[in-house]
Write a new protein. Structure first.
Length: 275
């Protein structure tokens, strides 16, 4: 017994072609609008808003770049202490951020929060607040509160770290296997025992990996804290820019790159050793 396909009506075929034509036109209109928007952004932010005369043309740009390439190696011995200060700022800020993240993650995890109507929104709000404010803004706030030095940089790095560490930790807590938790509660375990024996062993690899990754990021953040008076290599960078010592600026940038590369290597092997 043969099955014959139903013939397609001419009206249905015309409707199909019209639909494809409209879809093609809409796609082209979308592309045209996107190109027009990009062209307007390019013209308004680059062509119109750039002081082209101040650049001095190709010779002026080339001369400026040449001054940056003449590295001031005499500054190198003076960078050791600021580099160590930057590294310690990142380390202490990460540790302090971990301490601050523990209650925030506990409040922001839906399955362990003390109150889904008060503490859960509070924890989520603190996560968003920490991630929304840039570390430079945090540093400016703490410089105004506690003065110049490494302390405002440490506090700024810590506050900036809370959002990321607590969010990843809270999501890891929400995705745990509930069976060990139910077993501990069934034998009369209290909240601390549930957290210590039922939850922490499941999320510990995630927490350690997140902390190491955040420390790696905090080295980059700490390197610019000195721009607002929080010490470290950023402060040396600011002073060299103020003195128009372009070779010193380049050397500070190279020192930051070396410090970040060292942090990258340490974090890589730390993750492999711990996780």
């Amino acid at each position: 017994m043969s099955i014959t396909a139903a013939p397609v009506s001419a009206h249905g075929f015309d409707a199909y072609l019209a639909h494809k034509r409209r879809r093609r036109i809409n796609n082209w209109l979308l592309v045209a609008c996107s190109v027009a928007l990009l062209a307007w952004c390019f013209w308004d932010t680059i062509m119109f808003d750039t002081d082209w005369q101040r650049m001095g043309g190709a010779l002026g740009i080339g001369g400026t770049l040449e001054r940056f390439l003449l590295i001031d190696w005499s500054l190198l011995p003076k960078l050791l202490v600021p580099a160590l200060e930057t590294l310690m700022m990142a380390t202490l800020g990460t540790i302090l951020g971990c301490v601050f993240s523990l209650p925030v993650a506990w409040f922001g995890a839906a399955n362990v929060t003390p109150s889904k109507y008060f503490f859960y929104p509070l924890g989520r709000f603190l996560m968003v607040l920490s991630r929304s404010i840039h570390e430079i803004i945090w540093a400016l706030l703490f410089v105004g509160a506690v003065g110049l030095g490494a302390l405002p940089g440490i506090l700024a790095v810590a506050m900036r770290s809370v959002g990321f560490i607590s969010k990843i930790t809270a999501e890891a807590i929400e995705n745990i296997d509930p069976k060990p938790v139910e077993a501990i509660r069934a034998v009369g375990g209290n909240q601390f025992q549930v957290m210590y024996y039922g939850i922490v062993p499941q999320i510990l690899p995630v927490i350690i990996g997140t902390i190491i990754f955040e420390w790696d990021i905090n080295i980059r953040r700490s390197a610019i804290m000195g721009l607002v008076g929080a010490g470290g290599l950023g402060l040396v960078f600011f002073r060299q820019m103020a003195m128009f010592n372009y070779g010193g600026v380049t050397l500070v940038v190279l020192a930051v790159l070396v410090l970040i590369a060292i942090g990258e290597v340490i974090s890589h092997y730390a993750r492999k050793a711990v996780i």
